[in-house]
Design a protein around this ligand. Structure first.
Ligand SMILES: [Zn+2]
Length: 292
């Protein structure tokens, strides 16, 4: 017998084969091989040839004939049992790899949930950039060469008015690094201020930012109104400066305000400017991207 068992009209049929054993097809998904009584799954595309079930994907047998249980070794092989076709064996062989990939996927998801708590920002990826202009290239280059920039502690400053794509590209870098299992944190000072208030151990909270290879501080500005928060911000930035761990900030500050910062933010801005270097500061004008 041969041919695709899912031929139109097939539902329930009995096939015979030369040695007298028979396979009864009783649904279009399975058959039972008599004598052993087992049920064997049949996939779409599988076919019969000389009483042997072949895998439709790899064209190797999924069943074989064996002598009945308890029969002598030279007894006729009349029982049909399931065996492993080639693609199934490959799948078994790949199991460890797949398990690893699965674990990695779980780890990446955990990194993203932790590092980018604001769900909508998880959509800010290079893949989702419809324009792929100059800022895409700048940000992508940084992400691609992050291992190097991490080593030298180089950060970035994205500055310019609201709605020009600063946050998009800063977060796209973090998303790309998280895909590579590099721990990143995306936050802003409103969040830091809130979290700090509820933190049991405030110093431990401030120190926790150093656990991340990249820290993205979105919407850095001078709107903070307490010297306490100024000090917290300085501590976070300064401890990363000392540890040579990169920070990316997005800010509405102008080039002039970055070069000549107000007294209130002078210390912290000078650290950030030093960490970014002249070639790590990018002015966003809105020509490259507008987030709606
Ligand atoms: Zn197969």
């Amino acid at each position: 017998m041969e041919g695709n068992i899912f031929k139109k009209g097939f539902n329930e049929q009995t096939y015979s084969r030369d040695n007298g054993a028979f396979i009864e097809y009783w649904t279009n998904r399975r058959y039972t091989a008599d004598q052993t009584g087992q049920t064997i799954e049949v996939e779409q595309g599988d076919y019969l040839k000389d009483g042997v079930l072949y895998c439709g994907k790899c064209d190797t047998p999924k069943t074989k004939f064996i002598a009945p249980l308890g029969a002598t070794e030279d007894a006729p092989k009349t029982d049909i049992v399931r065996c492993v076709c080639r693609c199934e064996k490959d799948a078994f062989d790949d199991y460890d790899l797949k398990q690893k990939v699965h674990d990695e996927a779980k780890y990446i998801k955990a990194l993203r949930d932790n590092g980018i708590p604001e769900g909508r920002l998880r959509e800010y990826t290079f893949e989702n950039d419809t324009e792929k202009g100059q800022m895409y290239n700048n940000a992508k280059s940084y992400a691609d060469a992050f291992d190097y920039f991490y080593k030298i502690g180089k950060g970035l400053i994205f500055y310019g008015p609201c709605g020009t794509g600063k946050t998009f590209y800063a977060v796209a870098i973090a998303n790309a690094l998280i895909d590579r299992m590099i721990p990143c944190k995306v936050t802003n000072f409103a969040t830091i201020s809130n979290e700090l208030q509820s933190a049991g151990n405030k110093q431990a909270y401030i120190d926790s930012f150093n656990d991340y290879r990249l820290l993205v501080i979105d919407d850095f500005g001078i709107e903070r109104d307490t010297s306490f928060m100024d000090e917290v911000v300085y501590q976070i930035v300064n401890s990363r400066y000392i540890a040579k761990k990169p920070i990316i900030i997005t800010t509405n500050l102008t080039k002039d305000e970055l070069n000549h910062p107000a007294d209130k933010i002078k210390r912290v801005v000078s650290r950030l400017v030093e960490m970014s270097g002249d070639d790590g500061r990018f002015e966003f004008t809105g020509k490259d991207k507008r987030i709606v």
